[in-house]
Design a protein around this ligand. Sequence first.
Ligand code: RIB
Ligand code: CA
Length: 319
Amino acid sequence: MMNGKKILLDVDPGIDDAVALMMALFDPQLEVVAVTAVGGNVPPDQATRNVQAIIEQLDPPRWPRIGRASMPEMGLPTRNVQLHGPDGLGNANFQVSELQHRHASEKVICDEVRAAPGEVTIVALGPLTNLARALARDPGLVSLVGQIVIMGGTLSGSGNITPAAEFNIYCDPESARAVFRCAATKTLVPIDITSQVAFGYDLLDNLPSETSRAGRFLRRVLPFLFRSYRQELGYEDIRLNDATALVAALHAELFDVELAAADVELSGELTTGATVFDRRRIREWRTNVAVATKVDVAAVRDTILRGIAAAGEASEDAK
Ligand code: RIB
Ligand code: CA
């Protein structure tokens, strides 16, 4: 939709990134101005390839600009192949057309925010490498971006990639600190919150029809996630963390948020990538982020299911 709410998705696909991206691409209320790839679940080049593969497979009404991911200065400490598969998309091994030349993700972010001052919501669903680089490249961005919604960090619970850290922050803590400290309006949706929204095996029985691009796409990527959540984590259901964070960007009323003073541990044998909040009675750190503290689980799950169904309806094969 050309005059819908403008969003830019920064993703490290990742199956949950792919579901969030699919929901956004077929949401008639949204204009996805760009999808910028970032390394995280998979290395940067694979992330860029996966963004193109997802868009080619889904063939949405309007194709967004694609940004090319590149390696963070400090490299990537880990991947997430256990959950998402070696290719990041459940071993679907999608074919992609020749990889066209793409601008760097951070340039695409700067261009799109400057093209629509105050209008673009950036939804960051991977490590914050691109966002930090865009802010460094164009410091004026902080006053031009609408808002930044980040899937990442822990509020008070356990990390997922280490006992102390959530994956997106852990992958590039220096960039996360830079984004947390910037003056833009930021909402953090931590893993404690997103992991409350679970989907059982019945989701696989209620996917959009195979006569739709969305239905065929989900059948190729989702089963792997159910298997990996069972085999790697011992769960009988899955979390679509990034889809939940997208809902936080579109339906803030389904979340409680609190203003917080947050920072990121950069180097600790056990604590690198931990999100640290100043909760002292006399707080000394400046508040810099609104952090989600509660979620209407049933409403968010229903919103995601409706988004998946709408993607199916909108991508039905021509009769
Ligand atoms: O910790 C969960 C986050 O890490 C999600 O964004 C998932 O896709 C991975 O990037
Ligand atoms: Ca992600």
